[in-house]
Ligand binder design. Structure first.
Ligand SMILES: C[S@@+](CC[C@H](N)C(=O)[O-])C[C@H]1O[C@@H](n2cnc3c(N)ncnc32)[C@H](O)[C@@H]1O
Length: 215
């Protein structure tokens, strides 16, 4: 998979390619799916695991803010794949937190991570996954150097901006039918700038009830 993405020029970062090779996507994709195919795949509950090229893109956009010892938040952590990658990058002195509002996905993501190369970090506590409304972030481990949001928000939740550290960066899809991947940066004086990276298509960042309505 990594070689395939490399051939398509997706990887600018050797570190991100190494991390995605170390965290085996096959452990996170439900049985019956081709794990290394570059496409989102259904994981139940109207959710998907994002395509590998989107995982690579988001990791690369956040790489400078995923250095050893840093704090990272993954909102809408789904299968836990990206949270596990974050944990590997920030290491045992750092902190990687996943927040997912479907409790069943929280349990299955923990089982996935336990089988992966990030298992020791979960055991030691530098990696954790929690059930909750990710629009509220996860104040316990804030402020964060890196925030990733894995579902499209109608607008950027203020709680996530508040939990971003000065010097921190957030990657978040924004919009409904037409969505843009936004890069939000908080400068050291606390001012916030937002730019558009690319157009994307994600499931909505919403309430649990509204996500489950059509299951
Ligand atoms: C594209 S999916 C999973 C993405 C994840 N990065 C992955 O690749 O496994 C987006 C996830 O966001 C979750 N989600 C949607 N709204 C949420 C909310 N308000 N709080 C927490 N999670 C939410 C969904 O349940 C879903 O698992």
């Amino acid at each position: 998979m990594v070689e395939h993405l490399q051939n398509y020029g997706v990887f600018r970062s050797k570190k991100v390619a190494e991390v995605m090779e170390t965290i085996d996507r096959a452990l996170f994709v439900p049985d019956g799916n081709a794990p290394y195919y570059d496409s989102p795949m259904p994981i139940g509950y109207n959710a998907t695991i994002s395509a590998p090229h989107m995982h690579a893109t988001c990791l690369q956009l956040l790489e400078e803010n995923l250095q050893p010892g840093m704090h990272a938040l993954d909102v809408g952590s789904g299968t836990g794949y990206l949270t596990a990658c974050f944990a590997l990058m920030v290491g045992p002195q750092g902190c990687a937190v996943g927040v997912e509002h479907i409790p069943e996905l929280v349990s299955s993501s923990i089982q996935n991570i336990q089988k992966s190369a990030a298992a020791p970090l979960l055991k030691e506590g530098s990696l954790s996954v929690h059930a909750g409304d990710g629009r509220e972030g996860w104040p316990e481990h804030a402020p964060y150097d890196a925030i990733h949001v894995g579902a499209a928000a109608p607008e950027i939740p203020q709680a996530l901006i508040d939990q971003l550290k000065p010097g921190g960066r957030m990657v978040i899809p924004v919009g409904s039918i037409f969505q843009d991947l936004k890069v939000v940066e908080k400068s050291l004086d606390g001012s916030v700038s937002i730019r558009t990276e690319t157009s994307v298509r994600y499931v909505p960042l919403t309430s649990r009830e509204s996500q489950l309505r059509s299951v």
